[in-house]
Design a protein around this ligand. Structure first.
Ligand SMILES: C[S@@+](CC[C@H](N)C(=O)[O-])C[C@H]1O[C@@H](n2cnc3c(N)ncnc32)[C@H](O)[C@@H]1O
Length: 297
């Protein structure tokens, strides 16, 4: 059983309120960051709305050993935050309302992404996956489109570089269709997460993870690759031309994603002008993914 107390307040005051509540033993607190999304040349940008109001939610779990007296809690919160208790909205929350399990994803190509908590059987091939904290859940259009490009291939014996690996789904998919060696790179420290997911799929021995900013002039990866996967954004794809070209074998493939309708042509032109061949483009809503081949040199 879960009790939810909600207080509407200005974003500027929320940190101080959380600190006070923590001090009095209320730790299960949550609010949605008020964010405005806008389009920009490189896709989408976000800005925090500093003058907005937010709903700060305080959750209390009730057990047989620890019953919750709702009125007393409201009074206590009101006194901690020096406000009227009538301004604290209360509701009882059923467990299933706040636990929204990550679904099994059908990639519509015979493959499924199956979260570790899912018990149902699926008829097809499976990428096992621990739903992550951030991007890379497998739900995003770009991830799914990249996966469909990768999973139809036979990558036995191939070397793959995955730039912006996130939770590692694309690397794992490449290994599942045979890749001999996958190097996964991210600016964030994702090694534990990627290798955990790789172990779920028994491909961890073929995946190594590097933390680094692929745009930084000092960033280095040794060797040549048969495929390079880049699901970041159009600007990064444009800037990465020299790096990708110097790490891709002749006749190698680039899988480029994270572009949007209003910038993909410009990004792909950078490659076309150098003689790369755009083999296939997929569109999912505004998101664009392209498979590009380096001409034989
Ligand atoms: C759109 S997500 C893609 C994640 C995953 N490849 C997928 O398809 O689900 C982009 C990832 O690129 C990473 N990233 C962004 N800029 C980067 C950079 N300059 N160098 C390395 N990684 C970067 C982010 O941390 C994020 O994990």
């Amino acid at each position: 059983m879960l009790h939810e107390f909600t207080i509407s307040m200005s974003l500027k005051k929320v940190d101080e309120a959380i600190e006070k509540l923590n001090f009095h033993g209320y730790y299960n607190l949550y609010y949605n960051q008020p964010i405005e999304q806008f389009t920009e040349d490189n896709g989408y940008g976000f800005r925090e709305l500093m003058d907005a109001d937010v709903d700060l939610k305080i959750f209390l779990e009730e057990t047989d050993e620890a019953p919750v007296d709702v009125e007393k809690v409201r009074e206590e919160i009101a006194s901690i935050l020096e406000m009227k208790k009538e301004a604290i909205h209360y509701q009882f929350v059923e467990a299933q309302d706040w636990q929204q399990p990550f679904p099994i994803i059908n990639l519509q190509n015979g493959w499924y992404i199956k979260p570790t908590h899912a018990e149902e059987e699926v008829e097809g091939r499976v990428i096992h996956f621990e739903p992550p904290r951030a991007f890379g859940s497998g739900l995003h259009e770009t991830t799914q489109d990249c996966l469909r490009f990768i999973l139809r291939e036979d990558l036995r014996g191939k070397k793959i570089l995955d730039l912006g690996t996130g939770a590692g789904l694309l690397s794992i998919a490449a290994a599942l269709v045979g890749a001999e060696q996958v190097v996964a790179v991210d600016i964030e420290d994702v090694e534990d997460e990627v290798l955990y997911n790789a172990r779920l799929n028994k491909v961890e021995k073929r995946i190594s993870v590097i933390q680094g900013d692929v745009l930084h002039p000092t960033f280095r990866v040794d060797g040549l690759f048969d495929w390079i996967l880049v699901n970041i954004a159009a600007n990064e794809i444009k800037k990465l031309y020299a790096f990708l070209d110097s790490h891709l074998v002749s006749n190698g493939k680039l899988l480029l994603s994270g572009m949007v309708e209003w910038n993909y042509k410009e990004a792909l032109d950078v490659y076309a002008e150098k003689g790369y061949h755009v083999e296939q483009i997929s569109h999912s809503n505004e998101w664009v993914t392209a498979l590009v081949t380096k001409k034989k040199g």
